[in-house]
Each structure stands twice: as structure tokens, then as C-alpha cells.
Ligand binder design. Structure first.
Ligand code: UDX
Length: 433
């Protein structure tokens, strides 16, 4: 099939490259000229495992092309995936101006049937606004079109796998013609495909992300309880997780969820409920628990080290989770900020996110960046683990201990086994254990 993807960001690029990989002809429309040039040269502007290789392979196979010109994109195919950004406004609602612009411009340019598909996370009933916009701006009222919702459930770090082997595909459509296009598009997938109306599909996306965020905040509360009561949150999660109704996934306690989706989506869902006159107090609590995680983590460090002024602390991990260079809403930002205010001297290390982090925290008197995880430890009073990168789990702990001034590890992600680390002579402070 021929497919147009509007927006060459995280979702658009993954969607475009994966559809091309499945044998479709894809055109990606991206406004920023420099980005298009980079993509044409086979370089991915974001770090996502496997994405660049797949991009290059599909450029070679002539299955994916890039343009800045929306008209070319509209002419290219009858299926237009809208993958533009929906950033958060100060009140928590989503800024849909880019979605509106794509709908408006598509309406003006289209000369035959089009299926407009929302892939970006959008508030419930955005499809109605898209439809209304197309209706308003369409040049020829005889041209037919459909608007559908096909939300993405991609996790950063495993986006390609999530796209190609999803747990389910959700498609919100209103016409048989649109449904048939999706049936053709997803015919090689062997997961459940759920066809709903567009509003339900939009809601499934928000409900899923909010539910996962709720699981994380729930287990984080249990972790606090475990710490006080002398219980082990990892085992509690295992014990709960074997119950098929609960499931073990997303029950890892830590310093809270970050990233471009959960914080924004939970806020937006609270806001959406409010707009419909409902108070989603449950989610407000989920958010509150999450916002307190970095503060509690720093309190814990203070409880262990007492005054932090001029103490050198090594920090391993800055990205909001492993296998990405993304630091959006990462708990590390709040934690580093609080530690700097306490007067600590920080030596930061992350395998991929350093350049992004430097923009927020340039090198200075209190903040420096290490070239590898061991360099960060030199003379440190404690090691703080903020992201569970694999290489940290494989660290040579004997060497770690030799490099540090005090053998103290405050682990925000529970990457080590307590007994093992303690047997090597460390003071070890995991979460909820
Ligand atoms: C998420 C959703 O999983 C995905 O379906 C959606 O489309 C976009 O948002 P992503 O933000 O890439 O994906 O990351 P995810 O792996 O879900 O993790 C989100 C955050 O939760 C991370 O900060 C992670 O560290 C944290 N987390 C996750 C926990 O603290 N504990 C867990 O058990 C799981």
C-alpha cells in the first residue's frame, strides 16, 4: 500500500519506517528541512535501537521517501497518518494546533478520497474536530473522506518491536471503506485487532497509559510501606504479579515514571474528565505520588549522608528509562536540581543522554560529566542509580568500591541483589526492600 505519514518525530518515524519494512511505499512529510535532509541521508534524529538500520535498509529498497511538502504527501496516497506533536499546555490540556493545521491543509489540497488517521495521542473526540475542520476547508464537497483513530502504544527503546509485534491493534473507524483499508494494512499481523468507534479508540489509549501509570504509583506507595515495615517490594510485586488479573509488568518500584507520555497523558486525562464535569481524583493521586518520588529520594540520601554540602556524589543514569537518550520529564532532572540546591558536587554519567542533559545542566562548579561509569565514581561519597541501564547491572563492583571514598549505593531502580552487594562491603539502599 501507499502510505503518507505527516510528522517525522518519534511516532511518525517509527510508524513510517515500520510500514515500509512491511513492504509498503511510504512518504514521510516533515516540516523541518534539516531533519528531512538528515533522514534522506539515512540518519535518525533520535536514538532508538534498530531504527537507523531499518531506515537505511528501506531507503536502499526505495520504500521510504521524505519531503517537506505536504501537497506531495497528500497526492502520494489515500491514507494519511497524522503523527505531529501534541505538546502539553500549562493547564495540562493538549495543544492540538499542529493536528488542526494538518487537517486544514489536507482539506484544501485533497482532490480525491482520503483517510485521515490520528496516531498522535489526542483528547477524546478530536476526530470530530478533525472532521469539522476538513468539512470547513474542503474545496470540492463531492470528495469523500474518513477520519479514524489508530493510537500507538510504542515504548521508547523498544518501539520497533512494539510496532511489529504489538499486543493488540486498536482502530476506531466509522465507515466500511475505512475499515477495509485498515484490514488490508494490518493483514499480516497476528494479534487481536479491535475495531471500535473513534471516540472509544481515543479513550482506550488514555485509559491504557493512565492505568499503567497507576500501577507504577501504586507499587511505589507499597515500596514506601515496605521500607517502613521491613518487607520487600520486589517480592510483593512477584507475589501480586502471578495473579493473572494483576500481572507482574509495570510493578517495578523506583523514583517514578517519566518520559514524553505518562506524565503528559495522566495530566491530559484528568483534564479531559474535568471538561466532561468529572473529577478523576484517583488519577490526581497517581500524579501526586509520582511527583513526590524524586523529593523522597533526595530526603533519603540526606538521611543517609546527613549534610550534602560539598560532598561528591556519583550519578549513574539520566534518561527517563534505559535504551533511550530521552530525558523528557525524567526523574533525574528533579533529583539533580534538588541535589545541586543542597550544595552537592555531582559527577554525572549516562550511556546516551549526556548531551541532552547538558542543555539543562551545563558543566560548572557543581556539575560535571564523566566519560564512563567508573570515572564518575572517583572520590564519591555515594553512588546514586537513577536509570537501570544494563551496563550498570554488569558493573565490576569491586572496582566500584575501590574508586569511591565511601562504599554507599543509593539505588533508585533496584538493579542489584541486596545480599550480594552487602557481601562486597557496600552500604546498599534500594527502594522498598
Ligand atoms: C509509554 C507506554 O508504555 C507506551 O505504550 C505509550 O505509547 C507511550 O508511553 P514509554 O514512555 O516509552 O512508553 O516508557 P515505558 O516503558 O512505558 O516507561 C515509562 C516510565 O515508567 C519510565 O520512566 C519507567 O522508568 C517507568 N516505569 C515503568 C517504572 O517506574 N516502573 C515500571 O514498572 C515500569
Amino acid at each position: 500500500m501507499r502510505i503518507t505519514v505527516v510528522g517525522g518525530g518519534y511516532v511518525g518515524l517509527t510508524t513510517g519506517v515500520c510500514f515500509a519494512h512491511l513492504g509498503n511505499q511510504v512518504m514521510v512529510v516533515e516540516k523541518i528541512k534539516e531533519k528531512v535532509e538528515l533522514l534522506r541521508a539515512g540518519r535518525s534524529p533520535i536514538y532508538e535501537p534498530g531504527l537507523e538500520e531499518l531506515l537505511q535498509e528501506n531507503i536502499r529498497q526505495k520504500r521510504i521517501i521524505f519531503t517537506t511538502n505536504l501537497r506531495e504527501g497528500i497526492e502520494f496516497s489515500e491514507v494519511i497518518f497524522i503523527c505531529v506533536g501534541t505538546p502539553q499546555r500549562p493547564d495540562g490540556s493538549a495543544d492540538l494546533s499542529q493536528v488542526e493545521e494538518v487537517a486544514r491543509e489536507t482539506a484544501k489540497l485533497m482532490t480525491s478520497y482520503k483517510l485521515l488517521v490520528e496516531k498522535s495521542t489526542v483528547p477524546i473526540n478530536t476526530h470530530r474536530l478533525i472532521k469539522k475542520t476538513v468539512q470547513r476547508y474542503i474545496r470540492d464537497p463531492n470528495i469523500t473522506y474518513d477520519v479514524a483513530s489508530n493510537p500507538e502504544f510504542l515504548r521508547e527503546g523498544s518501539a520497533i518491536e512494539d510496532f511489529l509485534k504489538p499486543d493488540r491493534i486498536v482502530v476506531g473507524v466509522e465507515s466500511q471503506r475505512a475499515k477495509e483499508i485498515f484490514e488490508e494494512l494490518y493483514k499480516d499481523f497476528d494479534c487481536p485487532i479491535i475495531y471500535t468507534d473513534p471516540a472509544t479508540a481515543e479513550l482506550i489509549k488514555h485509559a491504557s497509559n493512565s492505568f499503567l501509570a497507576m500501577k507504577i504509583s501504586f507499587i511505589n506507595m507499597i515500596a514506601d510501606l515496605c521500607e517502613k515495615a521491613g518487607a520487600d517490594v520486589k517480592l510483593v510485586a512477584d507475589g501480586m504479579g502471578y495473579d493473572k488479573r494483576i500481572g507482574r509488568a509495570f510493578l517495578n518500584a523506583g523514583i517514578g515514571y517519566g518520559g514524553s507520555c505518562f506524565p503528559k497523558d495522566v495530566k491530559a486525562f484528568i483534564r479531559i474528565a474535568q471538561d466532561y464535569g468529572l473529577d478523576f481524583g484517583l488519577l490526581r493521586e497517581v500524579e501526586k505520588i509520582n511527583q513526590e518520588r524524586p523529593i523522597k529520594f533526595v530526603e533519603k540520601i540526606k538521611g543517609i549522608l546527613w549534610s550534602l554540602r560539598d560532598k561528591k556524589l556519583a550519578v549513574w543514569g539520566l534518561s527517563f528509562k534505559p535504551n533511550t537518550d530521552d530525558i523528557r520529564e525524567a526523574p533525574s532532572i528533579k533529583i539533580v536540581d534538588l541535589l545541586v540546591r543542597e550544595g552537592a558536587k555531582l559527577s554525572l554519567y549516562d550511556p546516551k543522554a549526556v548531551e541532552n542533559f547538558k542543555v539543562l545542566f551545563p558543566e560548572g562548579k557543581q556539575v560535571s560529566y564523566a566519560r564512563d561509569m567508573y570515572e564518575a565514581l572517583d572520590g564519591a561519597s555515594a553512588l546514586l542509580i537513577l536509570t537501570e541501564w544494563d551496563e550498570f547491572q554488569r558493573a565490576n563492583l569491586k572496582r566500584v568500591k575501590e574508586l569511591m571514598e565511601l562504599p554507599i549505593i543509593v539505588d533508585g531502580r533496584n538493579i542489584f541483589e541486596t545480599e550480594h552487594v552487602k557481601s562486597l562491603g557496600f552500604e546498599y539502599y534500594p527502594v522498598g526492600r
